[in-house]
Design a protein around this ligand. Structure first.
Ligand SMILES: Cc1cc2nc3c(=O)[nH]c(=O)nc-3n(C[C@H](O)[C@H](O)[C@H](O)COP(=O)(O)O)c2cc1C
Ligand code: SF4
Length: 407
């Protein structure tokens, strides 16, 4: 395999093996429709030579909205807004894949208007909220909402979808032996914990038939009792059997800086860009500044940190494997692809700072991303549209969440 060759991923035609990973762009209006400017982000990426684009997550249910500016695809009325985006990207011939998600136990009641919902009761360190256990009826509704989201994505003209089952959001909570302690058919064995994904795949196939359906999973959760790579391998096999067309390997649950690695906690960004902390008294800010680096964990291994897990999964499945996490250098991409450790690589932050990074690499103009892994983009996006801050605070910080611009 070579990095810059034409390939087919689940029937989609890609001009190389480098994919833009799902990145929340912060451009959902108050009703959940995506704002039209979102198309500009994808146009820049397509012009910059990327093989395929996985969008930021779109919520399949309002109850699973992770941020106030997260777009939703929970109603047919949203389809025209999504259609306008796909129409703008079609001329470039770059596959556009809509990521579908449910925030599960990690949502905040002030965003959703109700309690966080999860497979089992659990208090999340990221939000400080305790999730309520889902009923059988609610699980069936969630399965239907994902399948309807897949159908709407197809109707809106997306080339495929990716189901988000990583990072501590709802579907990864089901997969996790740490977060899912159910004793019914949705918990216990690996097969039971993966059942929700199998049912989503089955119901989606009824609605859309042969249509590219990718899935993003954790190769590893940090927490004691969390999913380890041995089980992730088994999960990937089950998802292949369930008819998913490709698997993307990430990591982490309820622990953002395990998923999105940073060399140090971005304290300044958290203090100035989190709307609640920005309004805090200077004493509270000083105390928070002291405690944040002591309570929030960061992890070593900033580069290629999911590649060993992806390699294990690749050896056990026949569907294509995509790996991401700290991939920054063309030499590393070549090593992964040419040695067959994964079929594709994806990157998130390198495309925020340089949407045309692939073209620069292909033309031999640049070997490495300029991203410094500061993490400010992650801290900033819940309150403002996605941008690179390059480790510096903006002159003015937006007062309210992006929106409420509706089509
Ligand atoms: C600003 C930002 C937004 C993100 N949004 C999403 C998202 O919508 N869906 C998702 O699966 N992962 C999301 N992620 C995680 C990335 O897809 C990726 O797993 C992680 O950043 C590691 O890759 P990287 O080192 O190339 O940035 C986001 C990360 C960042 C920094
Ligand atoms: S803000 Fe820019 S430099 Fe910092 S992590 Fe995000 S993309 Fe990289």
């Amino acid at each position: 395999m070579e990095v810059f060759e034409n390939t087919r991923l689940a029937g989609m035609e890609l001009k190389n093996r480098i994919i833009r990973a799902a990145t929340h762009e912060g451009m959902g209006g108050s009703q959940g429709f995506p704002r039209e400017e979102l198309a500009k982000i994808y146009e820049r990426l397509a012009r910059g030579g990327v093989g395929a684009i996985i969008t930021g997550y779109a919520g399949v249910q309002r109850e699973g909205r992770a941020w106030p500016n997260m777009p939703l695809i929970d109603r047919d009325e949203a389809i025209p807004a999504y259609q306008r985006i796909t129409a703008a990207i079609k001329p470039y011939g770059t596959p556009l894949i809509l990521q579908l998600a449910h925030g599960g136990g990690m949502v905040k009641p002030e965003v959703t208007g109700g309690p966080p919902l999860a497979p089992s009761r659990h208090r999340y360190q990221l939000t400080g909220e305790t999730a309520v256990e889902l009923t059988e009826v609610q699980i069936a509704e969630i399965v239907e909402s994902f399948a309807r989201g897949v159908e709407r994505a197809k109707l809106a003209g997306y080339d495929g979808v990716e189901i988000h089952a990583a990072h501590g959001y709802l579907l990864s909570e089901f997969l996790s032996p740490w977060l899912n302690r159910r004793t019914d058919r949705w918990g216990g064995s690996t097969e039971n914990r993966a059942r929700v994904l199998r049912e989503i795949a089955e119901r989606s196939r009824e609605l859309v038939g042969d249509y590219p359906m990718l899935v993003k999973i954790n190769g590893d959760e940090t927490q004691p009792g969390g999913m380890r790579v041995e089980e992730a391998v088994r999960v990937a096999q089950l998802l292949q059997q369930a008819s998913f067309d490709a698997v993307e390997v990430s990591c982490g649950s309820d622990d953002f800086f395990y998923t999105v690695r940073v060399p140090r906690v971005p304290v300044d960004a958290i203090l100035e860009m989190d709307p609640r902390l920005r309004r805090a008294s200077s004493l509270k800010k000083r105390i928070t500044r002291f405690f944040l680096p002591r309570v929030i964990k960061t992890y070593p291994g900033l580069e290629n940190y999911n590649t060993p897990a992806a390699e294990r999964i690749k050896a056990a499945v026949d569907i294509p494997v995509i790996v991401l996490g700290g991939i920054r250098k063309l030499s590393a991409i070549r090593e992964i692809i040419e040695r067959g450790r994964a079929d594709y690589v994806s990157m998130c932050r390198p495309f925020i700072i340089e949407p045309n990074i692939v073209e620069k690499m292909r033309a031999g103009r640049q070997e490495e991303s300029r991203c410094i892994n500061c993490g400010y983009c992650l801290i900033g996006v819940p309150a403002a549209p996605l941008r690179c801050y390059f480790g510096r605070l903006p002159k003015s910080v937006p007062e309210s969440p992006a929106g409420p611009v509706e089509p």
